[in-house]
Write a protein that binds this ligand. Structure first.
Ligand code: MIG
Length: 654
């Protein structure tokens, strides 16, 4: 049962697609209390000791969000440490689950705070500065039921092309066609399956969107085809900022048509990002959105069939106004240097000044300095900040429909808001090569699935910092199951391609398991997308009456058949698992054999070597497996066989 309340004059985010009649407004909805004041909107709910709070999609900390503070405010922050309150996405959906099961979606596109037992241990307070929003309240039989009802009202999740379920290699720093060829050759020579190589900003000409540097990628269309012949899809990055440069057609057209975000005085807003000074396409304006989207065709015409949209919070290094706001002392530093130098030379700058310079980056003041034009109305960016990445990605997706309606494109974004899940997936941004980030990855996945973002994954091996062989192997063994399986790392970090490490056969094996399971994972993904279901679920969704299961946050349910138990600690030969019922323990062994053992309900210690991939199959279920293939295209369905409970059958979803 879904109820819709309206407060003030909300911005139409288009997060919800179902038509729902608006309730007579009250100050007390069926759960909690609401306060509408000059100073904003407050929702308050007294939590029972046993209540579990699910949701918030791409957010920090646990599956149960209790005990901390979360702020929906899309932010480019590469330090995902425990105290951080904002990441790249804004997913304002929570489920209160205890004696009653209630879903709440606060459809509000600006900064919103979820104090879930942070200020007062048992009080949930949701606040925002303007009482202009829709609130959807869902009641159901269980948390799982509530999540599924929510998924129904926000529309079907994006389904990528099948090749996107293969493994992808990425690195910030592949500069030339030869760099890409080297990656492909090494994967192929070592028989490590692979379907995608990602192209980070270095492929562009001076970081200009939709350009390819002709010296470093001569005859790009031909190169794209050569890669395709080896079943490799090249996936270029697109950044939000458009470089200001005379004769750059996208810049000139955008200015001429008035499609960039403007200052209050009508001039184009200018921000510094990778290309230097840029303008931001006004993707909230439908015409500008269609125009920006149409530019993807430039690369599609060269054979490209997938993209990742970056820097679309939008991230800002600094603005002219921001610099002007600083005192003379800082001016003297900033004036002398261009974009990159400021950050490269940060160490030479006095500490106090450095702090101020750092605060120029993603400065909230800048988000008040530009406007969108929606239905002829000027809307200040900060009021709709969390919708930028959503609409940049929607721009691409809507354009694909026109450019090639019969083709599926791979598309995922860094920033997002609920509703964007219909247009593309997301990756979870700049994590680190830390063991704790395997666990963060695991905990984020089911929350994202509650919010509709099914095609998701983290930078496997970690983006920032230097990875290690064991960390990468353990992370990949979990990544085998995430819809997006991509190894990506930052400029300047240790080489992270699988062939850079000793014992390459272990990587070959672990990634090979992805391909052995791919028909199953793809089928379960399609089922989840078609039926508005979750692919990943917390154990509490399937075993709500088993408190131990509810509190287990380092295992996940996948589809109807599988429970995942990744190893996420260093120097261990296995881990403790909790089985809420009898299950079959399965390990993909490095020699290609499969180990199966039935284990009783309860606690067990399982041995899992670095080169093994573990999973559990639920009682009376089975899953299909196939032989390893070098790419998705080469998977041979004739080789299908089944593992798990022998009497069971599996129904494929197509
Ligand atoms: O300011 O394009 O999250 O995946 O490698 C950094 C360079 C910009 C941030 C993305 C990351 C990407 C990087 N980008």
């Amino acid at each position: 049962m879904v109820k819709k309340y309206v407060f003030g004059t909300p911005f139409e985010t288009e997060a919800v697609v179902a038509q729902i009649a608006v309730e007579q407004q009250t100050t007390h909805i069926d759960c909690g209390s609401i306060l509408v004041e000059e100073s904003g909107f407050t929702f308050c709910y007294e939590m029972d000791k046993q209540d579990v709070i699910y949701g918030l999609g791409e957010a920090n900390r646990g599956i149960n969000k209790r005990g901390y503070l979360y702020v929906s405010n899309c932010t480019d922050d590469p330090h995902h440490t425990e105290e951080r309150t904002s990441l790249y996405g804004a997913h304002n959906f929570i489920i209160l689950s205890g004696k009653e099961h209630i879903g709440l979606f606060f459809d509000y596109p600006s900064e919103m705070t979820f104090d879930i037992g942070y200020t007062h241990q048992d009080r949930l307070v949701v606040r925002c500065a303007h009482a202009d929003l829709y609130l959807y309240m869902i009641t159901g039989e269980s948390a799982y039921d509530v999540a599924r009802q929510f998924r129904k009202i926000i529309g079907k999740s994006y389904i990528p092309p099948k090749f996107a379920f293969g493994f992808g290699q990425s690195r910030w720093g592949y500069k030339t066609a030869q760099d890409v060829e080297t990656v492909v050759k090494n994967y192929k020579d070592n028989q490590i399956p692979i379907d995608m190589v990602y192209m980070d900003i270095d492929y562009m000409q001076d970081y200009k969107d939709f350009t390819v540097n002709p010296d470093r990628f001569p005859d790009f269309p031909d190169f794209v085809q050569k890669m395709k012949q080896q079943n490799i899809h090249l996936i270029p990055i697109i950044d939000a900022g458009v470089k200001i440069e005379k004769d750059y057609d996208i810049y000139e057209e955008g200015v001429e048509k008035g499609y960039f975000c403007k200052r209050e005085d009508g001039s184009e807003f200018v921000a510094s990002v990778w290309p230097g000074w840029t303008h931001f396409p006004d993707v909230l304006n439908p015409e500008a959105r269609a125009w920006f989207g149409s530019k993807y065709e430039i690369l599609i015409n060269q054979g490209i069939d997938g993209f990742w949209n970056d820097m679309n919070e939008p991230a800002i290094f600094f603005s002219r106004e921001g610099i002007e706001d600083l005192n003379q002392e800082i001016m003297s530093y900033v004036e002398k240097w261009d974009t990159e130098q400021i950050f490269e030379n940060a160490d030479a700058i006095p500490y106090e000044v450095r702090g101020k310079i750092e605060r120029l980056q993603n400065n909230p003041e800048d988000y008040k300095r530009f406007y969108h034009c929606v239905d002829g109305k000027k809307i200040r960016h900060d009021r709709v900040h969390n919708l930028y990445g959503f609409n940049m990605t929607r721009a691409a997706s809507e354009a694909f429909e026109k450019i090639a309606p019969d083709q599926k494109f791979l598309l995922f974004s860094r920033s997002s808001y609920i509703g964007m899940h219909r247009y593309g997936g997301i990756w979870t941004g700049d994590n680190q090569s830390w063991w704790s980030h395997i666990l963060l990855n695991l905990k984020m996945m089911p929350s994202l699935h509650m919010c509709g973002f099914l095609y998701t994954g983290a930078d496997l091996g970690g983006f920032g910092a230097n990875t290690t062989r064991d960390l990468l192997l353990r992370w990949l063994a979990f990544g085998v199951f995430t819809p997006l399986m991509r190894n990506h790392t930052a400029l300047g970090t240790r080489e992270q391609e699988c062939y850079q490490f000793e014992g390459i056969e272990d990587f070959r094996h672990v990634i090979g398991v992805r391909y052995r399971l791919l028909p199953y994972l793809y089928s379960e993904f399609l089922r989840a997308a078609n039926e508005d279901d979750l692919y990943f679920r917390p154990l509490g969704f399937d075993y709500p009456d088993d408190r131990r299961a509810v509190e287990t946050e380092d295992q996940l349910m996948l589809g109807n058949e599988v429970m995942l138990v990744p190893v996420y600690t260093q120097n261990v030969s296995g881990r403790v698992v909790y089985l809420p019922e009898e299950m079959k323990f399965v390990k993909f062994l490095p020699d290609g054999n499969i180990y199966e053992e039935t284990l009783e309900k309860g606690t067990h210690y399982i041995d899992v070597a670095l080169n093994e991939v573990p999973l559990f199959i639920r009682k009376d279920k089975c899953i299909p497996i196939v032989d390893v293939a070098q790419s998705v295209e080469e998977i041979d369905m004739q080789t299908v066989s089944y593992i798990g409970y022998s009497q069971a059958t599996y129904q494929f979803t197509e």
